[in-house]
Design a protein around this ligand. Structure first.
Ligand code: PLP
Length: 420
């Protein structure tokens, strides 16, 4: 019998989205007549843009002809795709070396696999709340993590504690689930802190394309000194609707060189290259061709049209919350809107409340860590019609509740006055 990786026993029993799916399935089985609206899982609804779709078809045609057929490609990605990514960064003023770019099948794989490069005795800082893959992938390989607290006091943008040492720091900006986005001076402080500690920042920029304020950094490399301390992950999933097509990339600058216990110099770029060449056989040619088309100026323009559709949905959600006097985060440079559950409910209670009362599915904040337990996430990735309908139901539910509360208070007051 093999000895098993018992770290898996330490993982939370149910992955967030399977628990949501389970509760929704149980509800729809009991109430098949109800129209359930899903604003929970972070999957997109807009189709691929024209540029990407045409490139996929062209790529498929090339694969059907002996003259243009492609077998195994370079593990790091085709030159054209890497160059298209470099040019995309250049257009926003960030210089990247093409050999630092590794094309992959998505940011989930890369953010999960990056633990391969590090030993297991590091001080690892992970924000709470955040995308659960960072914690789970560290737990799986037996790493201990320390949490950096995002909360209402810091607008869910935790800053470094200069008295605490760190070796590895995860940052997700714009953040999933809170939608909070660091500005340049805040990211600069993280970069300065990382350099002082000789730490590595693992920067997840999966939602960078949602940032519409040119003053806000879409890449950590917009901050001076970041190439000396940061790896950046990015994804085409949300930028270009590639959740099903699958493509992402990771940037590991050549500047990231550390001294091993033997005294030898180790380059993270060389290590990631070795890791990918050993365990990954490259992203499919067809998909990379589509990815290169996405990063062209026309491709990005077309993708931004889709993102504008989601931004409109986000406005529908945030306008409703504002009208109801509910404080929220995100929804501007992010597809996610994050808010405290009303009426002192915890997030799973609020999830069940919305599902049962108005048949709207959101995501309980508890799934993103301890600090999410009293918060809730709605996404703008639904259709416009569904978002409008969901928010109409949400508004009615909470306004009715408010009126009922006032009525109870008034009845109580009248009763009290009569008695006195
Ligand atoms: N990083 C963050 C912060 C995410 O929210 C997600 C998906 O929801 C991913 C990475 C995964 O991206 P991909 O679809 O490229 O694997």
């Amino acid at each position: 019998m093999p000895n098993l990786n018992e770290n898996y026993l330490k993982l939370q029993e149910n992955y967030l989205f399977s628990e949501i799916a389970h509760r929704v399935a149980a509800y729809t089985k009991q109430h098949p007549e109800k129209n359930v609206i899903r604003l929970g899982i972070g999957d997109v609804t807009r189709p691929l843009c024209q540029c990407a779709g045409e490139a996929l078809l062209e790529g498929a045609k090339e694969m059907m002809s002996a003259d243009t057929f492609k077998g195994y490609g370079p593990e790091q990605g085709y030159e054209d795709t890497r160059k298209a990514i470099v040019d995309y960064y250049k257009r926003s003023g960030v210089e990247i070396n093409a050999s630092a770019v590794f094309v992959s099948d998505g940011a989930k794989s890369d953010t999960g696999n990056i633990t391969d490069l590090f030993a297991h005795d590091n001080v690892i800082l992970i924000p709470t709340p955040v995308y659960p893959v960072y914690v789970d992938s560290n737990v799986m390989c037996g790493n201990k993590v320390e949490y950096i607290e995002g909360n209402a006091d810091n607008d869910f943008l935790p800053m470094p504690d200069w008295d605490q040492h760190a070796d590895i720091i995860y940052i997700c900006s714009p953040n999933n689930p809170t939608g909070a986005c660091y500005n340049k001076s805040q990211l600069k402080e993280w970069v300065d802190y990382a350099r002082k500690n000789q730490a590595v920042i693992l920067f997840d920029a999966a939602y960078e394309a949602f940032v519409s304020d040119p003053e806000l950094p879409r890449s950590i490399y917009a901050v001076e000194g970041a190439k000396q301390c940061a790896i950046e992950f990015c994804s085409l999933s949300k930028t270009a609707g590639f959740t099903g097509t699958r493509c992402g990339y990771t940037i590991v600058p050549q500047e990231l060189v550390f001294t091993a216990s033997t005294g030898e110099e180790m380059s993270l770029n060389a290590m990631w290259n070795r890791r990918q060449c050993t365990k990954y056989n490259g992203t499919s040619y067809i998909v990379q061709k589509a990815a290169a088309a996405v990063f062209s100026e026309e491709g990005i323009r077309q993708c931004q049209e889709n993102l504008e559709y989601y931004r409109e949905n986000a406005r529908v959600i945030t306008d409703t919350l504002s009208d109801l006097g509910i404080r929220f985060y995100g929804g501007v440079h992010s597809p996610y809107v994050w808010f405290e559950c009303p009426k002192d409910m915890d997030s799973w209670t609020f999830f069940d409340y919305l599902l049962h009362e108005i048949q709207v599915v959101g995501t309980p904040g508890a799934g993103f860590g301890e600090n999410g337990k009293r918060y809730f996430r709605l996404t703008s990735f639904g259709t416009y019609e569904n978002t409008v309908e969901a928010m109409k139901r949400f508004r009615n539910l909470l306004e009715t509740n408010k009126k009922q509360k006032v009525r109870v208070l008034l009845i109580g007051k009248v009763f009290f006055l009569k008695k006195t």
